[in-house]
Design a protein around this ligand. Structure first.
Ligand SMILES: NC(=O)c1ccc[n+]([C@@H]2O[C@H](COP(=O)([O-])OP(=O)(O)OC[C@H]3O[C@@H](n4cnc5c(N)ncnc54)[C@H](O)[C@@H]3O)[C@@H](O)[C@H]2O)c1
Ligand SMILES: [Zn+2]
Length: 353
């Protein structure tokens, strides 16, 4: 078992290891004055792990109310958020009670935002069950729900009080979701950790999950401690995401996030090669590892389609797009592209007109 400590506006531990779910009740006893817990989960995850977590909380003396919602991004919306708040109110949760998010990033973002706003903010714990949530969304305190046409458009910075990562739950994660988590892990390697990149190539991530997750959350911790509110350094975590988000939107969110990030990393690195920022060899290393993890490396959209989406962002239209470009595996830089140059910039990286 590994523990990573985060000191941001809130300070908390991330514990990572096997067989940790049953320890959640005892661990939550460390928090002052908690009587009730709202346990939030989706309808895939709750049947698998919900009863174990609930029983552990009850054995530790907490009164647990369970809120289960339909799985999927479409539940990360104002409607489910409103239902969750009403549920907590009906159950008479007070300011000193807590929420527990058991699930992937959708559950964590939704329950986290409810925690940030219910009675002006109550404490919450993250129990991430997808690889993506373990290495990314459960750490760092960004919480949000989507609006009809915009992802993560309503949210808050609200740090959890504990993140409990039990790697055993990865056994039931669908393969495509596992690969999406791998895409984010490869991203950490490319943006700042050559050793991690090499380790992922040498041994499958699932065979060294505890170690790899510990390395990734430590990197995220370092970034969040430097730039909790995303004004500079934290931007680097967006490697592959600027173009990835465009691909997600163009697929009408049919392409999974991690797959889109993979396409985005490949595309931005091709552009970096054309600009002389990184070598062909670095690009080949990246394409190779993405293929090893069966992640997509081609952007199936034209430059015109992509620019149209990019210009819907008011910060970009008439201004500049901020992008993260790899220089070599483990080193990247932040750069700006004027909106007027976007199309040629994409074409230079091999994206069709
Ligand atoms: N807050 C942040 O900093 C941050 C960072 C990255 C992503 N996100 C958000 O995270 C979300 C994506 O997260 P996600 O990929 O975990 O999505 P998700 O929560 O929808 O989980 C993916 C799927 O896997 C299932 N699942 C999860 N764990 C399982 C398990 N152990 N066994 C079987 N099935 C399991 C879920 O039911 C779901 O169907 C997006 O909404 C994204 O915006 C937030
Ligand atoms: Zn991501």
């Amino acid at each position: 078992m590994n523990t990573v400590h985060v000191s941001a506006s809130g300070s908390y531990d991330i514990v990572i290891g096997q067989g940790l779910l049953p320890s959640i009740g005892e661990r939550m006893k460390a928090f002052d004055k908690v009587k009730k817990i709202a346990l939030v989960s989706d309808d895939n995850v709750y049947p698998l792990y919900g009863e174990t977590v609930k029983a552990a909380m009850e054995a530790a003396g907490f009164e647990v109310s369970v809120f289960v919602f339909p799985h999927g991004e479409h539940s990360k919306c104002l409607k489910t958020y409103g239902e969750l708040l009403e549920f907590m109110d009906e159950k008479h949760l007070s300011r000193s009670d807590m929420i527990a998010a058991l699930g992937g990033g959708v559950t964590g973002d939704l329950a986290g935002f409810a925690a940030a706003t219910y009675q002006r903010g109550i404490r919450f714990v993250q129990i991430p069950t997808s690889l993506l949530a373990m290495v990314d969304s459960s750490v760092g305190g960004k919480t949000a729900v989507d609006l009809a046409h915009s992802k993560n458009q309503v949210g808050a910075f609200w740090q959890p009080s504990l993140v409990l990562i039990d790697t055993d739950v990865l056994a039931t994660l669908p393969d495509a979701e596992y690969r999406c988590g791998c895409s984010e892990i490869i991203k950490y390697g490319v943006l700042g950790n050559r050793t991690l990149f090499d380790e992922c190539l040498k041994t499958p991530i699932k065979d060294q999950a505890e170690h790899i997750i510990t390395v990734c959350v430590s990197m995220k911790r370092d970034t969040v401690e430097q730039d909790e509110f995303d004004r500079g350094e934290r931007m680097k975590l967006n490697l592959g995401h600027t173009l990835g988000h465009v691909a997600e939107a163009l697929s009408d969110f049919q392409t999974l996030h991690g797959q889109a990030v993979s396409m985005g990393m490949a595309a931005i690195t091709r552009i970096a090669v054309k600009q002389g920022i990184c070598s062909e060899e670095t690009l080949n290393e990246l394409l190779n590892i993405l293929r090893v993890y069966e992640l997509p490396t081609e952007m199936p959209y034209t430059a015109d389609q992509m620019v149209d989406i990019m210009l819907t962002d008011k910060k970009v239209a008439g201004g500049t797009l901020r992008v993260i470009l790899p220089e070599e595996i483990g080193v990247c830089r932040i750069d700006s592209v004027p909106a007027a140059d976007l199309k040629n910039w994409l074409i230079s990286g091999g994206i069709h007109e």
